[in-house]
Design a protein. Structure first.
Lengths: 487, 222
């Protein structure tokens, strides 16, 4: 009888081999499920640190970290605060029209009493530079709660600063020149935030109910910018528009559902900057301008071709960009940055159905630049505060014509810092690093100081200003205050 | 006769042992005295901020500077007045200058992009020479953990040009400052850098508190 292997007889061989295979397949499936479960639910990931000098990449062993995925919007707390009945709004970074100009209805006092404008309320915040948005009697701030280790969208009453509600989620963030630094965008229905580590959250603006969350790192492989996210979300219609910089360059997300409506492929692998997306219209075409790390792009903002690249340029490749492009009419826009970059004026051109962009001129950092905030374009003139590396002109306020001719500077005796500035009622409000608020005439006729007062006691008062119904919100590293600046 | 020889030999050995013990005792006492003399800890190196500006000099006897000479004055640079003009690198009588960049880690942001380390506009953030602002590569950059990097100064390479200080002052926390290092300074009656300093940032301070640190630039013992 011929041998049939280790098993003698056909029936026995048939019954055992499939069983072994089934067990093996079961083990494989179990391992795959276990791997998936640990990889997704427990957030086990590996990372490889950067090689030290003298090391090669192969010398560095991967380390295992067990950071759980962030459960965006997981916690909600209601407080006793009641929204104010005061009218007016400042619903996003740089206001309603994204130009940092207060509506004409805002009338400011021409001078302040001794001691400065009356303080209506003052509240402590987690460390950082996050600014507020105002709508329907509430001020919204994306704070960082250091004790809880959580990003916290906090809704305060504009009446007395009492907290109305808080929607938060745990995320571990180490101090890196402060933590929080973005301004929410608010409509009557939604409030959208971007956290320091690129977590986008949408909540109901009135009730605080969680709508959806989006982790840009996990979704699109975004590299969190140095010193954390500085980009502020833009709500256009029913969509939030985000500058992304991972697998996609820009994206439009439906505010109600969180569904991605359109994406712009990131073919040139540009990275997320601190600059925010700016809406603009030229030659009858609505578009979004975004200054990424790598270049500037204009994409269509119209429904039929949303997200399509209209033009792009790599003639502005500075490693750190915080200011947003400033349209100055006729398809021209200024972009500026600190850290020695200076400024540049670009012209969008339409030839037939095709758009392109060309660099008109560059301006030295000693003439016109801004490190953290965006210049204001008001009545045909640009206003800014020069950075600290502008030589003899450092930290001075500057008025400049759109073609690049400097009209006036504030002078050696009048210097400011890295703080915010805005225009309201024909007056330029400038907050310096140490909380000194200065009001000057926003006019090309010259530097004319109207009032000055210390309104904050802390350091690094860099958060963007917000003004609604004559109530000005200012903040430094750890405190936000509401000032009455009405006429 | 043999007995006498044996006695002499015994006495000689005893004498030798006595002499040896006396000598050893004297050497021990002398060593103890020297140790006591040298063992006074250097007060300049144990200041509150412990930044060890006078590094490698734990004992008074080894202090080569005038730091410990109470009542004496030494030259120092006020960082709040300094404009990093570059003259400290070229106007000192020493080659290289006694002015060095000093790093204060407690004030450092440990940034990945440090403007005291990188050239403005550097897009690739590695230690390649073309990316560094220091002309002599005197700043060491070391990854600690995300998102932090540590920066240290190699004073043997630093020429005191202040380029790193300018970058750190303009965009960072100002943790880099120029200071006259008193383990090098020969304390000229008229400091040749001070004579040509355009911002009048040099002044004489007490030798016991020879360093000036921002803010307020009060002098401190380190």
């Amino acid at each position: 009888m011929a041998s049939r292997g280790i098993f003698q007889g056909e029936p026995r061989g048939r019954s055992v081999l499939p069983a072994v295979l089934i067990v093996l397949v079961g083990v494989l499936i179990s391992s795959a499920v276990l791997f998936w479960w640990r990889g997704t639910l427990s957030g086990v990931t590996t990372f490889r640190r950067i090689p030290l000098p003298g090391e090669t990449a192969g010398d560095v062993q991967p380390a295992v970290v067990t950071e759980a995925p962030v459960r965006i919007g997981e916690t909600f707390t209601r407080y006793d605060g009641v929204p104010s009945q005061a009218p007016g709004s400042w619903p996003a970074f740089r206001g309603t029209r994204h130009d940092n100009l207060a509506p004409a209805s805002e009338k400011l006092a021409d001078s302040w009493p001794v001691g400065g404008p009356p303080r209506l309320w003052s509240i402590p915040l987690g460390e950082g530079y996050a600014g507020p948005a105002i709508r329907n009697g509430c001020a919204y701030v994306l704070d960082y709660d250091g004790a809880a280790g959580a990003d916290a969208l906090r809704c305060f009453s504009m009446e007395d600063g009492c907290e109305v509600w808080r929607r938060s989620y745990k995320v571990k963030i180490k101090r890196n020149h402060g933590i929080s630094r973005t301004v929410p965008a608010v409509t009557d229905r939604y409030v959208v935030t971007i956290g320091p580590r690129c977590h986008v959250m949408c909540a109901d603006a009135v009730t605080g109910d969680f709508k959806w969350g989006l982790d840009l790192e996990r979704e699109w492989g975004v590299e969190v910018p140095m010193w954390y996210t500085g980009q502020c979300p833009l709500i256009e219609g029913a969509q939030v528009v985000l500058g992304v910089g991972g697998k996609v360059l820009l994206a439009g997300v439906d505010c109600e559902t969180g569904k991605v409506v359109w994406e712009t492929p990131n073919l040139r692998k540009w990275k997320m900057s601190h600059s925010s997306v700016m809406p603009m219209e030229f030659a009858g075409k609505k578009m979004y301008l975004y200054c990424a790390v790598g270049g500037i792009v204009g994409v269509s903002a119209e429904a039929q071709d949303a997200g399509t690249v209209l033009w792009e340029t790599d003639q502005w490749t500075v490693p750190v960009v915080a200011p947003t492009p400033v349209p100055v009419g006729d398809g021209r826009f200024w972009i500026t940055s600190g850290y020695g970059a200076g400024s540049a004026l670009f012209q969008i051109v339409k030839e037939g159905e095709r758009f392109s962009v060309k660099l008109l001129r560059k301006v030295d950092k000693k003439l016109f630049a801004c490190e953290q905030h965006t210049p204001v374009f008001y009545q045909g003139y640009l206003y800014t505060v020069l950075p600290a590396d502008a030589g003899a002109m450092r930290k001075q306020a500057v008025c400049m014509e759109p073609d690049g001719r400097v009209v006036w500077t504030s002078g050696a005796a009048e210097r400011f810092g890295l703080g915010p500035f805005m225009v309201a009622d024909g007056k330029l409000l400038i907050l310096d690093d140490d909380g000194m608020l200065t009001m000057i005439r926003a006019s090309p006729e010259g530097y004319q100081k109207l009032a000055q007062a210390r309104v904050l006691d802390g350091k690094e008062a860099w958060a963007p200003l917000a003004l609604a119904d004559g109530r000005l919100l200012v903040r430094d590293f750890g405190t936000m205050r509401c000032l009455d600046v009405r006429k | 006769m043999n007995e006498l020889k044996t006695r002499d030999a015994v006495q000689s050995r005893r004498e030798f042992l006595r002499s040896f013990l006396r000598g050893a005792l004297l050497v021990g006492l002398a060593g103890l005295g020297v140790r006591t003399l040298l063992g006074r800890r250097c007060q300049a190196a144990s200041g509150s901020e412990r930044m060890k500006l006078c590094k490698g000099c734990p004992d008074v006897a080894f202090c080569s500077s005038a730091v410990l000479s109470a009542g004496r004055k030494v030259w120092q640079l006020d960082p709040s007045k300094c404009t990093q003009c570059g003259r400290c690198a070229t106007h000192c009588v020493l080659q290289s200058s006694a002015v060095k960049c000093v790093h204060r880690p407690a004030q450092c942001g440990y940034c990945r992009l440090c403007f005291g380390f990188f050239q403005p506009g550097a897009t690739i953030l590695n230690s390649a020479a073309e990316n560094q602002i220091c002309p002599t590569g005197a700043i060491r950059r070391k990854f600690v953990e995300e998102p932090y990097y540590e920066y240290t100064i190699d004073e043997s390479l630093c020429i005191g040009c202040g380029r790193c200080v300018k970058g750190c002052s303009a965009f960072g926390n100002g943790s880099l400052v120029l200071q006259v290092r008193h383990d090098r300074c020969v304390n000229c009656n008229e400091c040749s850098i001070a004579r040509d300093c355009p911002s009048d940032a040099f002044r004489q301070v007490s030798a016991t508190t020879p360093y000036l640190l921002k803010p307020g630039a009060e002098s401190v013992a380190l």
